[in-house]
Design a protein around this ligand. Structure first.
Ligand SMILES: [Zn+2]
Length: 241
């Protein structure tokens, strides 16, 4: 391997930085575009709607029960009145029957009061249900608009990644595999720059000052063919100048 391969490797590193930045942007896109916040809001709105609907269902059930009981009381009253009309009830029992009727009527009136209360509760729930539904529809519209916009952007980022990947593969073809592997290993270990310039007598990766002799060694190595590139004694990065 020689200096020109190290220089190409520097171009590879530059591509890797750009790739990393694009991939990071892509990974955080749902959040940074606000889509995640809307999706979260939608989740809680739907939960709220579910609760409201469950309350409403309970109230409707209660109203039906009250109506049913009221109907059955009405039928009883009707029955007794029919008996009275037919003369089946003796004059002596008439007072008792009238008492029974008024007791039934009282119960029915109580049921009607309860039903009115339930109806009011049902009415009171109607507007919050409509509000939550409208908000859900509005946020869903917003989310789908945003997702559409996002998909155009993420598609574009995907194309950029593919283009940079192609460039990278092309560059790598003319770099010694051993040098590439060394670069990959250092990159993985330090998590950033694997190839550091020597500038103003220092490794630009870790800022270690190199002695004049070390700098001479780097220069000497890079001037010819080498089986192992110069590296920084402190951080292990591949050095070039
Ligand atoms: Zn260093």
């Amino acid at each position: 391997m020689n200096k020109s391969e190290v220089e190409k490797l520097f171009a590879v590193q530059d591509l890797d930085f750009r790739l990393q930045a694009i991939k990071r942007r892509l990974a955080g896109f749902d959040e940074s575009s606000g889509a995640k916040a809307i999706a979260d809001e939608l989740r809680s709105l739907k939960l709220a709607l579910k609760e409201l609907n469950a309350n409403l269902d309970g109230l409707v059930k209660r109203r039906d029960e009250l109506e049913e009981r009221s109907r059955s009381l009405m039928a009883k009253v009707k029955n007794i009145k029919a008996k009275e009309m037919s003369g089946a009830i003796s004059h002596r029992d008439l007072a008792t029957t009238e008492g029974e009727i008024s007791s039934l009527e009282l119960q029915r009136s109580d049921l009607e009061d309860q039903e009115m209360e339930v109806l009011t509760e049902i009415e009171e729930l109607e507007s919050p249900v409509l509000e939550v539904k409208a908000r859900i529809a509005e946020r869903e519209g917003e989310l789908s608009r945003l997702r559409k916009e996002n998909s155009e952007i993420t598609e574009d980022l995907g194309i950029q990644i593919a283009e940079l990947d192609t460039l990278r593969s092309e560059l790598c073809k003319s770099i010694d595999p051993a040098l590439l592997k060394m670069y990959t290993d250092v990159y993985a270990r330090v998590g950033s720059v694997a190839l550091a310039k020597v500038e103003n007598g220092s490794c630009q990766g870790c800022r270690l000052r190199l002695s004049a002799l070390e700098i001479e060694n780097v220069k000497r190595l890079l001037s010819g063919e080498f089986s192992r590139p110069p590296t920084c004694e402190q951080c292990g990065r591949i050095l070039y100048m």
